[in-house]
Design a protein around this ligand. Structure first.
Ligand code: ZN
Length: 450
């Protein structure tokens, strides 16, 4: 690909940073300034929609990676000019084959900043504002300023957090949702040759957590299998990674396992082979070791292009109200042939993120807190990562278990082996659960079964 030092004229004509040249937005006007057989029933052609795109509509793109580069390019060329992009990553040399806003000289620099510079330099009048940050670094007031949010993320946790944030922005009056508090979320996801694009109207249509069962279960093997009953090559690699590394400290006490360090991978590979030989398991390879340690999902440029195109089109449709948006979940798969399908994902009545229905926890008083913790992490519609459980006992806030702070984890660990009754919990007790998958605490009501 040619280096992009010189700005390219879009639609012919001459670039001038201060003005739109003649015919610059003709390709967009065709959609907005004349009627057509596929327009929204209430659509009235006008020049105002384009003005809205160019001057008012504020879009947030989450992620400046494979999907993010495509999204920024598509949106900017469709007339969106006020775009913010959030990404916490820096550019790695392995990104360059598909993240086409980056060049070898950019390796090591923040993706958001390089992507914004590239778009702003190439597309006159476009103002992409980069944020080299985590989505969790921003609060409600930041997210509230946008008309539409598009996610091009590779993490389910981040996606769920974003979903939760937009749900927390909703306002209800007497139980009726105020439509002006809704910020549409367009979510794209890809994994190898598979992808999906979806339109979420928080509080109105199925949210990320409503359809959590659709996500493949996390590839975390039970610790007991890893420790004592390995069956798969992956179990042996996990044994070396999780148990042997911290114990043997092969590169010194404070060194964490780095998936990009070949010596580290080699060490895990060697140990995993020893383990595999012991249990007569075949299939441990260097490549598999790398894949398991780094949780590698192969990235396919064309899948990103298709999904980002679908997402950008939905942004355009919603921003202009000229066309009926996707309803609401598109799947794409070109593993074998080429297949797409659109269906309407349904809201889940008791969704823990968007339903406003208190969540039930059914346990006998003799159940141990450990069982509750396992339920929160393993239940397909909750899939929490490291839940922190607090409650109110005798008028005082009490942390029952919290994993993320070492000292508190050690102090609260004995609670895991206690029964709910021993902990002093009663039928109907409210448990507040915080987790990385949501910006808000989820309230559960404990119902004792017999
Ligand atoms: Zn939901």
């Amino acid at each position: 690909m040619a280096d992009a030092e010189e700005p390219m004229a879009v639609d012919g004509g001459h670039c001038d940073i201060s003005c739109d040249w003649d015919g610059r937005w003709n390709h967009v006007r065709k959609f907005l300034e004349r009627p057509g057989p596929f327009t929204h029933p209430d659509f009235e052609p006008s020049t105002e929609s384009l003005q809205f795109l160019l001057e008012t509509c504020k879009i947030l793109v989450i992620g400046a990676g494979g999907l993010g580069c495509e999204l920024l390019k598509n949106l900017a060329l469709s007339g969106f000019r006020l775009i913010h992009v959030v990404d916490m990553d820096t550019i790695d040399v392995s990104n360059l084959n598909r993240q086409f806003l980056f060049r070898p000289k950019d390796v090591g620099r923040p993706k958001a900043e390089v992507a914004a510079d590239f778009i702003n330099g190439r597309i006159p009048g476009c103002k992409v504002v980069p944020h080299f940050k985590k989505i969790q670094d921003f609060d409600e007031s930041f997210y509230r300023q946008f008309h539409i949010i598009v996610c091009g993320l590779d993490s389910v946790i981040a996606r769920r957090w974003m979903n939760g944030m937009l749900i927390s922005l909703l306002s209800y009056e007497d139980g009726i949702l105020d439509p002006s508090s809704i910020i549409p979320l367009i979510d794209g996801g890809t994994e190898g040759f598979k992808g999906n694009a979806r339109v979420i109207l928080p509080g109105m249509t199925a949210c990320i957590d409503c359809t959590l069962e659709l996500y493949p279960p996390q590839i975390n093997f039970p610790m007991c299998t890893i420790a004592s009953m390995p069956r798969l090559p992956e179990h042996c690699i996990e044994y070396a990674r999780i148990l042997q590394w911290p114990k043997e400290k092969p590169f010194g006490g404070e060194i964490n396992l780095d998936g990009d360090n070949p010596e580290h991978i080699q060490w895990v590979f060697d140990k995993a082979q020893e383990r595999a030989a012991e249990f007569n398991i075949t299939g441990v390879t260097y490549r598999l070791t790398q894949g398991v340690v780094k949780r590698i999902i192969p990235a396919v440029a064309s899948t990103n292009a298709v999904i980002a195109a679908a997402c950008a089109t939905e942004v355009f449709k919603i921003a202009t109200s000229a066309y009926i948006p996707l309803n609401n979940y598109l799947v794409f798969n070109d593993v074998d042939g080429l297949y797409t399908y659109t269906f309407e994902a349904e809201r889940k009545e008791n969704c823990s993120a968007c339903s406003q229905v208190p969540q039930d926890l059914q346990f006998p008083p003799s159940a141990k807190l450990q069982e509750v913790l396992e339920y929160l992490t393993e239940n397909a519609s909750l899939q929490m990562k490291s839940p922190a459980i607090t409650t109110t006992l005798e008028g005082k806030n009490k942390t029952l278990y919290l994993q993320s702070v070492k000292s508190i984890e050690e102090r609260t660990r004995p609670n895991l082996c206690k029964t709910l009754k021993e902990l002093g919990l009663s039928d109907g007790q409210e448990l507040a659960v915080a987790d990385v998958t949501t910006p808000q605490t989820v309230l559960f009501k404990l119902n004792f079964t017999t």
